[in-house]
Design a protein around this ligand. Sequence first.
Ligand code: GLN
Length: 384
Amino acid sequence: MPTTATRLQVFQESVIRAMTRQANQYQSINLAQGFPDFDPPAALVEALEQAARGPFHQYSITWGAARFRQALAAKIGRFTGLAIDPEQHLVVTCGSTEAMMVAMMTACNPGDKVIVFSPFYENYAADAILSGAEPIYVSLRAPDFVFDAGELRRAFAQKPKAIVVCNPSNPSGKVFTRAELEFILQLAQEHDTFVLMDEVYEHIVYEPHRHIPFATLPGAEERTLTCGSLSKTYSITGWRLGYVLADARIIGQARKVHDFLTVGAAAPLQEAAVTALEFPPSYYIDLQAEYARKRDLFLGYLAKTGLPYTQPQGAYYTLVDISKLGRSFADDHAAAEWFTREIGVTGVPGSSFFREPEYRYLRFHFAKKDETLIQAGQRLLEKL
Ligand code: GLN
């Protein structure tokens, strides 16, 4: 048999997705892969039913159905104040997973360096490697996940082609301050670096924190590729609808990558999702309140276990420190498996998010029905 590509030998299959399979195998509550177990808004499901009966069963325009892009541009414009031309500034992708890959391949040549903050969402390193680029890591230090300005400067001194920033951040829950974002922009401008923003959790931010879209910083537009998604905002992770937002010249190139990767996102789903993009402001206020409540509910149980955990400022993850558990495990994978088998609650081994040799965390998410979170919380309390 011929040998498969060497670039595939330097990264693993996704640990997040593997933990979902483990949870299913043991019928454990899956707080590993971040997706809701509750339904999307009813209006959206109705729109999908209608779209199924409409003339939307063939390819849409490769960079996104016109109506979807118009609604998306209007929605982003309402929240950011940016003037977005749906014909020039957007390419619609199969989820933000594809958006990130498109952004990386648009920005980077093989051999280029890409700064990635650690801890990081596991796709970024794989995206860099698949693009032929080399990730260089800058630590976000627990518990506040601040970066060291000197360390970031030294990383920029290596002349990276791009930096990846997830804001709000998965898995740390960090929401970058304006000052931090301005500092990143200043370095990116000094070194002529692209900024690849993953802003899929833009609408899941907890008081008093605020999400600042990077592209709104003065001077950021010409080097920022913002990756967004409808998955988390409208609880439709299976619809696989995402996008890249950038300057027209960048999007002109990004469309080519997207076209040859996937041709397009699902046409009937784009049609139906217009309904979501036209939801009133109250939808987003309610979403924030709902997630704040879920966060308090789940973290309330964690507090009672006595284990230290991170307090998310945004997104819906917490890193639980299991080193104080009074049990020793070979590593965090063994710990995660013990949680699945013995407790019936599945998380993700923290090491899959860290560049540093860090084995003391399991990541849990709380995008679940209250009853699921209560059941998970009770199981944790009983067994820990
Ligand atoms: N972003 C989610 C997580 O971190 C899931 C993403 C995925 O598996 N595609 O769990």
